[in-house]
Design a protein around this ligand. Structure first.
Ligand SMILES: Cc1cn([C@H]2C[C@H](O)[C@@H](COP(=O)(O)OP(=O)(O)O[C@H]3O[C@@H](C)C(=O)[C@@H](O)[C@H]3O)O2)c(=O)[nH]c1=O
Length: 182
């Protein structure tokens, strides 16, 4: 496993070591010791999630507030997405800034989205299956959504047409109206 810190260095891109042979391939999709060594963090992942999306579907920008904040370790096992993390920690020098990376079946990369970040992705392939581990349980009362197209964040989503959104995501808040992290 190789780790690269992104322009917001608390967000980490992991590239697993791939063992290919005539049967196919093998990789370690999660190894607690490697995660701790490469990130310098100790986290207890308690939930695994799996979603499938059609092309043009955008899910985000989502987060849970403390005491139910979630760190997320995300990856794609089928298809391709553009995955985005937005720093919403008020005390951070990069508050309101975003980073984005392509995650795909092909590159097998994983992104660590720490607590204190809003997260979203857009599906670039016909379909995409998205898997992620979280450091706390789903808690709908603490769940919040910032609008995917919040102008002050200005994520450069790689899509020409209007994305497909859930009813909830169409109600995403402006950054200055959203509860964020102290
Ligand atoms: C996220 C989640 C949803 N659900 C249910 C609630 C709802 O009926 C259905 C679909 O939920 P949503 O529309 O919120 O799913 P989705 O839009 O895929 O939400 C996810 O988006 C990405 C970007 C994230 O970062 C995740 O943390 C999560 O917020 O699944 C759970 O039971 N457990 C969960 O952990």
């Amino acid at each position: 496993m190789q780790a690269t810190r992104l322009a917001i260095p608390d967000v980490i891109l992991f590239t697993p070591k791939l063992f290919g042979d005539e049967r196919g391939f093998f990789l370690e999709s999660f190894n607690q010791q490697c995660f701790e060594r490469l990130s310098g963090l100790r986290r207890n992942f308690v939930q695994d999630n799996h979603s499938k999306s059609q092309k043009g579907v955008l899910r985000g920008l989502h987060y849970q507030l403390p005491p139910k904040a979630q760190g997320k370790l995300v990856r794609v096992v089928q298809g391709e997405v553009f995955d985005v993390a937005v720093d919403i920690r008020k005390s951070s020098p990069t508050f309101g800034r975003w980073v984005g990376e392509i995650l795909s079946e092909e590159n097998k990369r994983q992104m660590w989205i720490p607590e204190g970040f809003a997260h979203g992705f857009i599906t670039l392939s016909d379909t995409a299956e998205f898997l992620y581990k979280t450091t706390d349980y789903y808690a709908p009362d603490y769940e919040r959504c910032i609008a995917w197209n919040e102008p002050s964040i200005n994520v450069q989503w790689p899509c020409a047409e209007a994305p497909v959104l859930s009813a909830k995501d169409r109600q995403g808040l402006a950054l200055n109206a959203a509860e964020t992290f102290d």
